[in-house]
Design a protein. Sequence first.
Lengths: 272, 158
Amino acid sequence: MVNCVTAHSLEEALVLRKNHELIPYVGGTDLMIHADEKSKYLFLHKVPEMKQIVEDDDYIRFGASCTFTEIIEHSLSPKILKDACSQIGAPTIRNVGSIGGNIGNGSPKADSALICMVTDSKLRLANSAGERIIPIKDFYLGHKKLDLLPDELIVEILMPKNGLDNYYHKKVGARNALAISRVSFAGIMDIKENKVKNCATAYGAVSDVIIRVNSIDNMLIGKTIEEAKELKDAYLKAFDQAIVPIKGRVGIEYRKDVCMNLLRDFLEINGI
Amino acid sequence: MANEIKFILNGQEQVYDGNLAARLLDVLREKFNLTGTKSGCKEGECGACSVIIDGKLMNSCLIAMGRVDGSTILTIEGYSETERFLALSDAYESVSAVQCGFCTPGMILASESILSSNPHPSEEEVRIGISGNLCRCTGYNSIVKAIGIAAEKGSGLW
Ligand SMILES: Cc1cc2nc3c(=O)[nH]c(=O)nc-3n(C[C@H](O)[C@H](O)[C@H](O)COP(=O)(O)OP(=O)(O)OC[C@H]3O[C@@H](n4cnc5c(N)ncnc54)[C@H](O)[C@@H]3O)c2cc1C
Ligand code: FES
Ligand code: FES
């Protein structure tokens, strides 16, 4: 009875993925909730290319199989990512759950994916024919629908190195540590010499996918604080229309109100 | 695609040729008769099934067998033969941190996991360390206290 296999290199993983119908498995913290003994898993926790955290000129590159604990403990990880990862589950979940699994499950509640979205990170996807790099925003097509071919794997997450220091991150849930976030918000405001160099916001657990609307955030980019203040009402109104919550366990209106309140707080803290 | 895996379980090498998609929790309890690892929620929420794999605390209910190939696994049975266990056990007893006992094996391994990476944790660090281990009986304060006592009295062990 052969049902599962462990890959020891990326090349091996991609060939196995191509030739067999296997489910990518890193930590199993999503997959094993509904464990089915007939499942055929491709274990990816020993693929060296997917376990490293390195930097190049523009990006910190996180291997998709890196666990939250490994990310929290690594000196290259930006504070915004460490912060979000520290609030995921409990130590037992952080010790096995991976950033690639968090993105690969396609959930709008995924906490590390929220940070990848607000930072406009990119994904390196590969199959045995080659690789492509896409903005993470394009990866999410709809409810649990991903831009991932049947023979592809997420190999790395490329997170921009600079401009992430002034961030705001809040997770509003029923219980503090264990509950998967009900509403989560992340914002980045990069202000240089009284001018907004970058403004980015992302909203988790409120819609089918994590919401990130660059065109609205762009309204404030390049503006002085005073100009941004004048645009504030129009900016808030645009997001009020863009955030269309799905029916969840807590009321639709509640989720949306929380989002809008967090957004206002984020602006106020930054003097806007 | 060989279907045989090897791992070290409580100090002994084991060869396993069963279903690699099975939960480690079930295999520990049913094949190895290690019933100190408790089966609670099977959803990663309660921590009763906690074991230490390659030095890290994990929920055995969420681990497929294939994931432990080449790993070193410590369950409460293996841990109970150590001096560190005795220090924790004495401390738990001294403040009545065990009531029904269902959470205790997982809680003890969570305690080990906290102290092995941080021999003198703050109360806050202890609470974070046991945040994945639910206890329905004690209200946690006695457990937090016990871990503090073990850290103090067992100084040098960790
Ligand atoms: C008790 C508990 C608490 C939790 N709390 C939180 C929380 O607070 N916040 C949060 O965001 N999540 C939480 N989760 C969910 C889960 O832990 C995370 O989503 C985690 O990141 C999943 O990673 P994994 O490695 O365990 O994924 P796995 O279960 O191994 O995989 C998840 C999915 O991704 C796919 N996948 C994995 N790797 C790849 C790859 N390289 N390429 C393509 N597809 C891939 C898998 O096929 C699967 O569909 C919690 C889970 C539990 C059980
Ligand atoms: S049985 Fe594994 S966490 Fe509850
Ligand atoms: S002592 Fe009963 S659950 Fe903890």
